[in-house]
Design a protein around this ligand. Structure first.
Ligand code: VG1
Ligand code: CO
Length: 543
């Protein structure tokens, strides 16, 4: 079987965003579009001959086609072994776990995560390095660079590989192995959490609802929650992965996971509710009629970590993305450990985890994870909560309220303006940047501006610098407003406005976050002229 060298022409738009390259399926379907990007990944790597590559995706439309292409190209480029999830499926955290367990050279994740799928939806591809985590910026920059100058790619002519049967096949000198997508991941979860305590909890009549949103976590959640932990059949809803996610938007938040929200806010709701996203790395956690913000979730997990076997010796540190609320910082202070503030995107946590500076990480965008893998991990967060619930035997709401009583409440919300005209969104950010010089020291009602800047980050481990990571306005009372443009969308621009205030007064902890933040919301519009630039009078999604 000969290696074919195919001549190609570069595409100019293959720049990875917050989490890999994401485009409309129809863009990926252009001739050589995927091939160019995959070859650019391989051309950016050194010394992978004979090594192992892990490949899998969230099962969205185009997943299977893309996997066939990638296997052939990985063979032609000289990988020694390729591990592929059965039927092309692997959740993002499972892929990370498998890279680490089998000491693979790296992995390719096919997913556009929380973006809708199907022929009219989005597709995406991301490269993960040998620690199991997303490639750092220096690698994604190199991939983009290669993609702009590419003239040829390598592949082999061979029949399609049967992805449905677990087993091994040899193609040229490469061993292609189809593996169980769930087994290794489930084993890792069993090492970290007290399965017998959680089993007892379910045996005692505790009920939960897990909404897999017809995305990748269905098979994982069924195996772990229903089969291994004894949750009743039917605990997992929308558990079959579908190429178009059943027409839904697999983003676990109050807007898109409305089926779960209706159940949890309805009559006779189960004690615990959770959902995960397209590729299984996000999570939303709910109690009965009670929403846990992802920022609070990180703080609660950190405060209770020693109750969980995998974290019984305590945490080395905590890391959170800059727009994530400072709730975790209060826990870190109490535990006398460091709390790191990184730019948005899981790739910035990798070095901190590798250097054992942080054990738990989190983002306000429904992402929590730990040093067990190098991705955020939706089901892991759900099991962590279950473990805490099994020990405390209290409701989710009581656990969170007691947490607020002890540490104060960081009232938090994110307002997204999706599908805004890109030029207008850039103009808004530009204008904001120029207002900074006269904002500092200014008073808006009770809010005195203490600082405002464009967030930059120096990685404490390798000293690499990342600039322009979001505009922050901090007020003297600890409140913050952050403005960022999304790096994962595929249509126009999405403006994200992050709002936070600190409320130590327990008598106010029951109040609604939107009402509590009303002044800051008004102020955000006043400072950034949101309505004028976006031509919208309200956000499209509020979380
Ligand atoms: C969003 C989130 C960010 C997250 C990223 C990938 O990025 O804000 O916190 O890491 O998605 O998550 P952006 O640039 O659109 O704000 V996932 O689950 O889509 O891989
Ligand atoms: Co995701």
């Amino acid at each position: 079987m000969d290696i074919k060298i195919v001549t190609t022409t570069a595409f100019t738009d293959q720049e990875p965003g917050t989490s890999g390259l994401r485009k409309k399926v129809t863009i990926f379907q252009q001739q050589n579009y995927l091939e160019n990007f995959v070859q650019s990944i391989f051309d950016s790597l050194d010394d992978f001959q004979g090594q192992t590559l892990v490949v899998g995706g969230d099962g969205r439309y185009y997943n299977k086609t893309a996997i066939q292409t990638i296997i052939k190209m990985a063979v032609a480029n000289g990988f020694g072994q390729i591990l592929v999830g059965q039927n092309g499926l692997l959740s993002t955290p499972a892929l990370s776990a498998i890279i680490r367990k089998y000491q693979a050279f790296g992995g390719i994740v096919l997913s556009a995560s929380h973006n809708p799928g199907g022929l009219q939806g989005d597709f995406g591809i991301k490269y993960n390095i040998s620690n199991g985590g997303p490639a750092p910026e220096k690698v994604t920059d190199a991939i983009y660079e290669h993609s702009q100058n590419i003239t040829e790619y390598k592949t082999v002519a061979t029949d399609s590989i049967d992805l449905s049967q677990i087993g091994k096949t040899k193609i040229r000198d490469t061993l292609v192995e189809i593996i169980d997508p769930v087994a290794d991941y489930a084993e890792l979860m069993e090492e970290l959490f007290d399965f017998s305590a959680i089993k007892q909890l379910f045996n005692s009549g505790f009920k939960m609802c897990f909404d897999a949103m017809h995305a990748i976590t269905g098979p994982y959640a069924k195996t772990i929650l229903e089969q291994k932990l004894g949750a009743v059949t039917g605990t997992v809803i929308n558990g079959i992965p579908l190429e178009d996610f059943g027409g839904g938007h697999p983003d676990p938040n109050l807007t898109h996971a409305h089926e779960l929200v209706d159940i949890m806010y309805g009559k006779n709701s189960p004690q615990f509710g959770a959902a995960s996203d397209g590729d299984g790395d996000r999570n939303m956690v709910l109690g009965q009629g009670f929403f846990v913000t992802p920022s609070d979730s990180l703080a609660v997990l950190a405060a209770n970590a020693t109750l969980v076997p995998g974290y019984k010796d305590g945490l080395a540190g905590i890391a959170r993305s800059m727009p994530t609320s400072e709730a975790a910082d209060h826990v870190a202070d109490a535990l006398k450990i460091d709390c790191y503030e990184t730019p948005t995107g899981w790739k910035f946590f990798g070095n901190l985890l590798d250097a054992n500076l942080a054990t738990l990480c989190g983002e306000e965008s429904f992402g929590t994870g730990s040093s067990h893998v190098r991705e955020k991990d939706g089901l892991w967060a759900v099991l962590f909560w279950l473990n805490i619930l099994a020990v405390h035997k209290k409701s989710v709401e009581d656990i969170v309220r007691e947490h607020w009583t002890k540490y104060g409440r960081n009232v938090y919300s994110r307002h997204d303006y999706e599908g805004v005209d890109s030029k207008a969104a850039n103009a808004l950010m530009e204008n904001l940047y120029h207002t900074f010089s006269h904002l500092k020291g200014k008073k808006f009602g009770k809010y005195l501006v203490e600082y405002c800047d464009d967030f930059g980050y120096i990685d404490p481990v390798d000293r690499s610098i990342s600039q322009n990571q979001g505009m922050r306005i901090g007020f003297q009372d600890g409140s913050r407003i952050v403005f960022r443009l999304s790096g994962t969308g595929t249509e126009g621009a999405t403006l994200r406005v992050y709002l936070e205030s600190f409320e130590p007064d327990t008598t106010k902890h029951h109040l609604d976050a939107q009402k509590e933040l009303a002044d800051l919301i008004k102020l955000a519009d006043e400072i950034a002229d949101i309505k004028k630039y976006t031509d919208r009078d309200k956000p499209s999604v509020i979380t």
